[in-house]
Every structure is written in C-alpha cells, then in structure tokens.
Design a protein around this ligand. Structure first.
Ligand SMILES: [Zn+2]
Length: 115
C-alpha cells in the first residue's frame, strides 16, 4: 500500500538521522502533508503505527501538518487558498488559470530529539 511505503520511508529517514546524531532518541517526527499529495492522513497515521511497532522507533510519534492548497492566479495575480481539491481556482476572480504554489508537499519537516 502507498501509505505503508511512505511510513517505512519516514522511519528509515528518522533512523538515519538518529544514527548521525550519535543515536539520539527521537521523540517525534513532523511531516508536511499537502492536500494534493495524494496521501490520506488517517491512512498514513495507521500505516506508521504498524510500521514502527517492534522497531527502535516504537515510541516516536508521527505529527502530520496538513497544508492547504495555495494557488497563484495568472489573471489577477492573487495568491490564495483554493476552496477545495475539486474546485481549484482563484477565489478572488474565479479564474481557472492558476499555478499551484503549495499543496503537493510530502516531506519531513522536523525531528523532536530527546535532550
Ligand atoms: Zn484571480
């Protein structure tokens, strides 16, 4: 499953980072998840819970920051959040000639290290 491979990827990343910091204990990993990333937050959270079981990172929490879709309008120049995934257009002038500025993110944003 898509979400499971992402969860495993995140765990790999955390493990490498922990090793690089002389086996630091990572309390939590924060990831940015854009609304257009194609990943379902709940599915990723459950996959992560399964994936971390029995590993060194069993106590490492996953914190998912959901990012809205932000578009830049090619007609009026406005930069604004899109109303919904189904309705990606400029909320100022309703033009559909837009560029997606953010919303496709799927990346590790931060690690919380136990001090
Ligand atoms: Zn516009």
């Amino acid at each position: 499953m898509h979400e499971m491979s992402i969860a495993l990827c995140v765990l790999d990343f955390v493990e490498e980072e922990a090793a690089r910091r002389s086996n630091a204990v990572v309390k939590a990993v924060h990831i940015k998840l854009g609304a257009l990333s194609g990943v379902v937050k709940q599915a990723l959270a459950s996959a992560y819970d399964l994936a971390r079981e029995g590993t060194n990172l069993a106590n490492c929490e996953l914190v998912i920051d959901e990012l809205p879709i932000v578009v830049r309008c090619n007609v009026c120049g406005a930069e604004c959040p899109a109303e919904s995934i189904q309705n990606i257009r400029c909320s100022v002038c309703q033009s559909a000639e837009i560029d997606v500025v953010s919303g496709r993110e799927l990346e590790v944003a931060a690690l919380e290290i136990e001090s």
